[in-house]
Design a protein around this ligand. Structure first.
Ligand SMILES: [Zn+2]
Length: 166
């Protein structure tokens, strides 16, 4: 199989697979190759693209998104990249979500003292004036956090990182 970058007489670029270069010439002569944008059968080779670099070329030339999903493969040719995009998209979202949570962690904890399991005691001591007021973070059970809130001590649960949830 060989992949050709093609261009129609109206200047639309597209790509199609052929068993070999003779087959390309024959299929164009018979009008089997048509532009997916305007259905013109007057197509010619733009340049020859080796199959190995196709996905990179494609990624560089086209914005990712639904445009690729609707791409027709003329002549029943395989569309090698079809179906891979959503996976990449999910990975990217997960990565971004993780970074957002990590940033939030850093912002919330950068000027704050980690008091670990003593969080509840320390928060109460600060509230009662027994300890200097400062930003602290640590661990508290749900019951401890609820008790603090009921006593009028504002506590904020920190989101956990996705890979720390298990
Ligand atoms: Zn066209």
């Amino acid at each position: 199989m060989i992949k050709y970058a093609l261009v129609c007489d109206k200047g639309h670029d597209f790509e199609s697979w052929f068993p070999n270069s003779d087959s390309f010439d024959a299929q164009v002569r018979r009008g089997f190759v048509e532009c997916p944008s305007c259905q013109s059968k007057k197509v010619s080779k733009a340049l020859m693209a080796p199959a190995v670099s196709t996905s990179r070329r494609k990624a560089a030339m086209r914005p990712p998104g639904p445009a690729d999903a609707g791409e027709a493969a003329p002549g029943g040719a395989p569309a090698p990249a079809a179906g891979r995009q959503p996976v990449a998209l999910l990975d990217e979202r997960q990565r971004q979500a993780r970074e957002m949570i990590r940033d939030l962690h850093e912002k919330l904890t950068e000027n704050s003292t980690d008091v670990g399991d003593k969080f509840s005691d320390e928060a109460r001591r600060m509230h009662d004036g027994d300890a200097p007021k400062r930003s602290i973070h640590g661990k508290a059970t749900f019951a401890e956090a609820k008790a603090l809130v009921e006593e009028g001590i504002p506590v904020l649960p920190l989101p956990s990182l996705p890979d720390e949830q298990n």
